[in-house]
Design a protein around this ligand. Structure first.
Ligand code: GDP
Length: 364
């Protein structure tokens, strides 16, 4: 599944957000394959289409897809040199698909700011610097390995060396690897390094309840600052999120959100932003035993998409039967869908579309 790591300076609202996320986990009992670690919160991805399918198929159970949020606390100035629990946390970041970088955009005289004043851009740079230093360390190690071969004239090593050098220069100028205009080849040269600042990032501006709709000057400063990184800024109030997390009744939640003029929780916005950022889409399987959502990358072909269910599905792939949700809604049963000629029979080259209802045929 998708794994997002929450980072940020101390006292910016990470734990508040993470605790809200963890208590929203609701259905995690259905996910025995998730190892429950104290710093990992598993949330289900809300999707109206699952309800539509549930009403059509009446399955024994419905399984939404999930996202794991990892609380990567303890990232402080000096972490790259092993300060605090630095190195362990940096290793945690390597394992995530996306980074959620929380920055403080609320003022509160009672809550100490580690650097003395609210300044989201400064905060972000402190964290970024630690990550950049760590990336430089990885790059320097690799440069030391390829330098000699490159200088001896080996064409491949030369290219690799040039790419590494470009990333190095970029990082040394205080920028994140993700903002370098890199070619496919350049990216290949650093692929094995799993650079921390190359990971896709979402900035979460944690604001006071009152600023949730309007934003504030801190949010504006942050947005202006990150506009060159293809990153999203999501405005959240951790305080609102923690109140929502305690509500069980969906109607109560909706009313509460409406009071703030919100259509959905910050958590849901964050989930949507993660899907968009990572180019993810959802397909469904629908049977009487189980209706289930699966997450794949946009552009994946049928066999690869089948592989997220089981590697055997990919290896032994024969064909896929595909139903579009509107057809399911119109014709109601698979038999009638077939009769109407709306059951797609697709081969290995079929590119799975968001919302497809898939049935895979495979050899064991
Ligand atoms: P962390 O160190 O980043 O995990 O930060 P915490 O989540 O522990 O938050 C630090 C303090 O700020 C706690 O006392 C929170 O209750 C408070 N806090 C978090 N978000 C907000 C907010 O949006 N507004 C205000 N006023 N306080 C907040």
């Amino acid at each position: 599944g998708l794994r997002c790591g929450i980072v940020g300076l101390p006292n910016v609202g990470k734990s508040t957000l993470f605790n809200a996320i963890s208590s929203a986990k609701a259905e995690s009992a259905n996910y025995p394959f998730c190892t429950i670690e104290p710093n990992v919160g598993v949330v289900t991805v809300p999707d109206e289409r699952l309800q539509i399918l549930e009403e059509l198929v009446h399955p024994e159970r419905v399984l939404p897809t999930i996202i794991e949020f990892v609380d990567i606390a303890g990232l402080v100035k000096g972490a790259s040199k092993g300060e605090g629990l630095g190195n362990k946390f940096l290793a945690n970041i390597r394992e995530v698909d996306a980074v959620i970088h929380v920055v403080r955009c609320f003022e509160d005289p009672n809550i100490v700011h580690v650097a003395g004043g609210v300044d989201p851009v400064f905060d972000k740079e402190v964290i970024d610097t630690e990550l950049q230093l760590k990336d430089l360390e990885s790059i320097d190690k690799k440069i030391a390995k390829v330098e000699r071969t490159a200088k001896s004239g080996d064409a491949k090593a030369k290219k690799e060396f040039a790419a590494l050098q470009a990333f190095k220069d970029h990082l040394e100028s205080g920028k994140n690897a993700r903002s370098l205009q890199a070619s496919e080849e350049d990216l290949e040269a650093v692929a094995d390094l799993q650079l921390l600042t190359l990971k896709p990032v979402i900035y979460v501006a944690n604001v006071d309840e009152g600023a949730i709709n309007t934003g504030n000057k801190f949010v504006d400063a942050l947005k202006a600052h990150v506009k060159d990184e293809s990153a999203q800024v999501v405005i959240i109030s951790a305080a609102i999120e923690s109140q929502i997390a305690e509500m069980e009744d969906p109607e109560e939640k909706e009313m509460f959100l409406a009071e703030y003029g919100l259509k959905e929780s910050g958590l849901n916005q964050l989930i949507k932003a993660s899907y968009a950022l990572l180019n993810l889409i959802t397909y469904f399987t629908a049977g009487v035993k189980e209706v289930r959502a699966w997450t794949i990358q946009k552009g994946w072909k049928a066999p690869q998409a089948a592989g997220v269910i089981h590697s055997d599905f990919e290896k032994g792939f024969i064909r896929a039967e595909v139903i579009k949700l509107p057809d399911y809604q119109e014709f109601k049963t698979e038999a009638k869908i077939k009769e109407a000629g709306k059951l797609g029979v697709e081969g290995k080259e079929y590119v799975v579309q968001d919302g497809d209802i898939m049935h895979f045929r495979f050899n064991v």
